[in-house]
Design a protein around this ligand. Structure first.
Ligand SMILES: [Fe+2]
Length: 453
């Protein structure tokens, strides 16, 4: 028997299970993958000469000395080192893609805001030209805070590549299918899925099925991670195995191309003579990932009351203050409502955190009308919000049988920092001027007499 043969009668599993073709399961795993056999050095990172004449290069996603449980880096074995993908930079103007701080003295951010879906225009737009910043928070130069964008994409990037040195990008599609061809592999993305593209990773975005619209959270701070589950234990909410990282894929294309870099809130481009997507093999734990939101297992109230919405956190990006996120990504999806003698929708609320919500599909339970798929709302720091009158009356008088909330998927980007509206969000996007009126018809029920009203 050779060392590769199993004992007689023993059956070995295939190396991948389920619908994992092209992806490797796990969140923050130490992956290894090679598009050509033997391209990945074994047992070391920097051989004197790499196989196939490749160059070894490390991509450090955290400081060298970051704590071990947070330390992220990936070793790439590529046709050319990344420094060959750079050159003389020329400033590029992308007027709709803003970075924090973006505080316009003529724009008021103090308020409750809601927008209809930003419509597609007539002009073809790419991932870069189609990005529309709605809010910014914090400061891109000190690497705290975030920005929220809507993307409107109808055109593939051709011989055009991009990376953000400022941020990792959390992408939440609402309409259409996109393909992210990255240095570390290919992610196909559609509504009900999300993806994270790490800071510094080069990619181009192609339209598989357009027009495409969705939401982006640009995280300037510490990377997204899975929230601690506390007493919930080892399972439910987002499970690590449901995150998928692409296997290595490269192209050896010598074509005049453009690389655009977002750096400290500015955009610069340079001309290169080839595709930078030339990583043949890689290993490490700093990599793009996608996740199917339908695998999120919600946990909630099973007798009375309901927990804070943090119970629905998919991913959290910590700040320096324990438990106070730079960003939480929170999902409100289909679930059963069973609590007895309880006002079941979200309660009325004032929050030190700033809450930006988006609707992926269906109807949100606290707002039966007006908050439509593709639409967004913003309830900024310490500004009150809650169910509108129709939701309040409906929930207050409902026969509290077990009820399935079906056909609903909304999310929240919640940050510890106030979110400032961009001029686009205030003046060009379809802001609902009458949003504040949705609470007008809430009645005074108190008349000084005891008893339930
Ligand atoms: Fe809230």
């Amino acid at each position: 028997m050779t060392r590769h043969e199993l004992p007689q009668g023993m059956v070995r599993a295939p190396s991948l299970t389920g619908p994992n073709d092209g992806y490797m399961p796990g969140f923050g795993n130490d992956f290894e993958t090679e598009a050509l056999p033997g391209a990945l050095p074994q047992g070391m990172n920097s051989p004197q000469k790499c196989a196939y004449g490749l160059y070894g290069e490390q991509l450090s996603g955290t400081a060298f000395t970051a704590p071990s449980h947070q330390n992220e880096r990936t070793w790439c074995y590529r046709i050319r080192p990344s420094v060959k993908h750079s050159g003389r930079y020329a400033k590029l103007d992308l007027p709709y893609w803003k970075s924090a701080p973006c505080i316009d003295p003529d724009v008021i951010s103090l308020g409750q805001y809601r927008w209809d879906p930003v419509p597609h225009g007539d002009q073809p737009l790419s991932w870069l030209t189609g990005m529309r910043t709605m809010t910014t928070a914090g400061d891109v130069n000190t690497q705290v805070g975030m920005a929220t964008h809507i993307y409107l994409v109808t055109q593939s990037m051709v011989d055009e590549y991009f990376y953000s040195a400022d941020s990792e990008m959390l992408i939440v599609p609402q309409e259409g299918r996109l393909r992210f061809c990255t240095e570390l592999g290919v992610i196909d993305l559609e509504p009900k899925e999300i993806a994270i593209i790490p800071r510094g990773l080069v990619y181009r975005v192609e339209v598989l099925d357009g027009p495409c619209r969705g939401f982006v959270c640009e995280n300037y701070g510490q990377k997204f991670e899975l929230p601690g589950r506390g007493p919930i234990g080892a399972n439910c909410m987002a499970n690590r195995r449901d995150f998928k990282t692409p296997v290595a894929a490269f192209e050896d294309r010598e074509t005049p191309s453009t690389l655009t870099i977002k750096w400290c809130g500015q955009f610069h481009s340079c001309e290169i003579g080839h595709s930078p997507l030339d990583v043949v093999a890689w290993h490490g734990n700093y990599a793009p990932v996608k996740y199917d939101l339908r695998t999120y297992c919600p946990v909630g109230a099973i007798l009375f009351d309901h927990p804070d919405p943090s119970i629905f956190t998919v991913l959290t990006a910590p700040s320096g203050v324990p438990g106070t996120a730079n960003i939480d990504f929170v999902l409100f999806r289909e679930r059963w409502m069973v609590a007895e003698n309880t006002f079941r929708p979200p309660w009325y609320h004032k929050n030190i955190m700033s809450e930006l919500m988006g609707n992926i599909y269906g109807q949100y339970d606290a707002k039966p009308q007006g908050f439509v798929p593709g639409g967004m709302s913003l309830h900024n720091m310490m500004l009150p919000h809650g169910p509108d009158n129709k939701a309040f009356e409906g929930a207050s008088n409902a026969d509290l049988q077990p009820e399935k909330l079906d056909n609903t998927m909304s999310f929240m980007f919640e940050t510890r920092f106030p979110q400032h509206l961009t001029p686009f969000a205030a003046n060009e996007a379809p802001l609902q001027d009458d949003y504040i009126d949705c609470w007008d018809s809430l009645e005074k029920k108190f008349d000084g007499t005891p008893g339930v009203k």
